[in-house]
Design a binder for this molecule. Sequence first.
Ligand SMILES: NC(=O)c1ccc[n+]([C@@H]2O[C@H](COP(=O)([O-])OP(=O)(O)OC[C@H]3O[C@@H](n4cnc5c(N)ncnc54)[C@H](O)[C@@H]3O)[C@@H](O)[C@H]2O)c1
Length: 274
Amino acid sequence: MDLSPQSHVVVTGAAGGIGRALAREFHATGARVTMTDLDEPRLVAVCNDLNAQRAGSATAIAANIGTRDGNAAVIRHARATFGAIDLFFANAGVGMGTDLENSSDDDWTTSFAVNVHAHRYAAEILLPEWLARGRGYFCSTASAAGLLAQIGSAPYSVTKHAAVAFAEWLSITYHDRGLRVSCLCPQGVNTNMLNPDKPTKTGGDFASAGDVVKAAGAVLEPEDVATFTLDAIRDERFLVLPHAEVETYMTTRASQHARWLGGMRKLQARVFGG
Ligand SMILES: NC(=O)c1ccc[n+]([C@@H]2O[C@H](COP(=O)([O-])OP(=O)(O)OC[C@H]3O[C@@H](n4cnc5c(N)ncnc54)[C@H](O)[C@@H]3O)[C@@H](O)[C@H]2O)c1
């Protein structure tokens, strides 16, 4: 994609972490940026900062993107402020729930709403305009857990796999009509999600679920993930893998599935002391 100045980009989950870094990185290319998040004070701070750099270049609207109405409000606000949307980045996500005995219905429902349905709502609303224009770019943040598995969290594993499947389906179905799709699948990134105020205790070799991710490979800074992601978008690469080792794990999973499952069970036992 030609990220020309004046492109209009929407980023969800932009109050912090990867979303804030993406919003800043797009803005640095000259893009006009619409941002949304549940956390209004932090979202407004990011927006003010971007507008201080270039007046009238950013706008923010607080919304719950786990609902159709939330997505509709964001897209309405974005179009009213900056016109047609060139790229929509469905980045907001939640890490909720643990194993089957300890994940509530709300953990499952909210995980599906934010990690999967949010992507569908946005794409459903945006597609008619994009197909009429013959172009549009949909990006989502899934996770390496969506290509592999998340030790200790059934809702996260399942919904991130669904997010990857949805992005693949969009790409397969609409590529020839001008839609471009990228799916960001990082492993550990140094954000609030990886360093929560109240970490989940695991009882095994690791102090918390986040520590499992930290032990699995390098923990990247969100700014480095954003830079890597924009390069992938310029090249129109579908799969965005800031952690190169994830490709190796994917290959093992695909070609030696039983061995991969065995390795994951060993890791699970180390984590939970099984
Ligand atoms: N940090 C990691 O290690 C890691 C690894 C792989 C994937 N991810 C994914 O990256 C994405 C960004 O997460 P992050 O690591 O920056 O964490 P983060 O917690 O800093 O950012 C997530 C943001 O999404 C917002 N959000 C949550 N629910 C929302 C809703 N219903 N409506 C609007 N906004 C909502 C939160 O307020 C928060 O600002 C998520 O999809 C996450 O699953 C993170």
